[in-house]
Ligand binder design. Structure first.
Ligand SMILES: [Zn+2]
Length: 81
């Protein structure tokens, strides 16, 4: 039975690819804005991604405002025309 071995090899490959993509990743920031004081605090995209695992698709995690400890929410993208 080779089935089991192939599966293990695939898992290993995925792990390595993940590590490499992490190293090579450019820092992308997503604008977060505080609902209380309005300050903007860009959050690195990968942190947003890490915090999004338990959320529904399309939802964004909420962070804490560094200025007033208020809710820091993802800034709305300008509406596309
Ligand atoms: Zn604030």
């Amino acid at each position: 039975m080779n089935e089991r071995k192939d599966k293990e090899r695939d898992d290993e490959k995925e792990e390595v690819a993940e590590m490499f993509s992490f190293d090579d990743e450019e820092e992308v920031f997503i604008d977060y804005v505080c609902v209380d004081c309005g300050c903007v605090d860009p959050v690195p995209d990968f942190i947003v991604g890490e915090c999004s695992y338990e959320l529904e698709p399309g939802e964004s995690p909420v962070f804490v405002c560094p200025e007033c400890n208020g809710d820091l929410v993802r800034k709305k993208e300008p509406a596309e025309e």
